[in-house]
Design a protein around this ligand. Structure first.
Ligand code: MG
Length: 173
């Protein structure tokens, strides 16, 4: 049986992923109201991805015969100051998720929770990608910030995002 301390930490991680989903949704709403519909679409897809991350752990907990505890999700900001501010916040969020995944991995290692270590490896790889993507978007917005037509191009580029094929099956696992 999985130790209580690892179960607690996994339930915490479900909460972080779902909170992250909620945060991206709020960012999406902000962008939509600023008429950056491409950014809004990108962020909504990101929100859906975070939901699948939460569900991956949710399904994993149940497969391990553990109790899922859904915790409180806090109120989200409604104003991010600017479009680049949204993505700076997103990057900050991703680096904090990475830190939490690493702490969880360390705990699972100490507790000799081998199946959990294997499951968490997926999240470690995923976070490398998530951070890189957020960092790229921030860098692009910082580059174009005083050029409205370049901003619109970037918005269009982000709007071409489609839900990732590798994410689609996560919630169903
Ligand atoms: Mg995630």
């Amino acid at each position: 049986m999985l130790s209580q301390v690892v179960q607690n930490a996994l339930n915490d991680q479900i909460n972080y992923e779902l909170t992250s989903s909620y945060a991206y949704l709020s960012m999406s709403a902000y962008c939509e109201l600023q008429n950056f519909r491409g950014c809004a679409k990108w962020l909504k897809i990101q929100s859906e991805e975070e939901y699948t991350h939460g569900m991956k752990l949710y399904n994993f907990m149940l497969a391990r015969n553990c109790k899922v505890e859904l915790r409180e999700i806090g109120k989200q900001p409604t104003d991010y100051g600017s479009i680049v501010g949204v993505f700076e916040k997103a990057l900050e969020q991703e680096t904090s998720v990475t830190r939490r995944i690493e702490e969880l991995y360390e705990l699972a290692f100490k507790e000799r929770a081998f199946a959990e270590l294997v499951q968490l490896q997926w999240f470690i790889t995923e976070q490398v990608e998530e951070e890189r993507t957020a960092r790229d978007v921030v860098a692009k917005f910082q580059m174009v910030k005083d050029d409205p037509s370049a901003m619109l191009d970037l918005d269009r580029e982000l709007g071409s995002r489609t839900p990732g094929a590798d994410e689609g099956d996560a919630a169903a696992e």
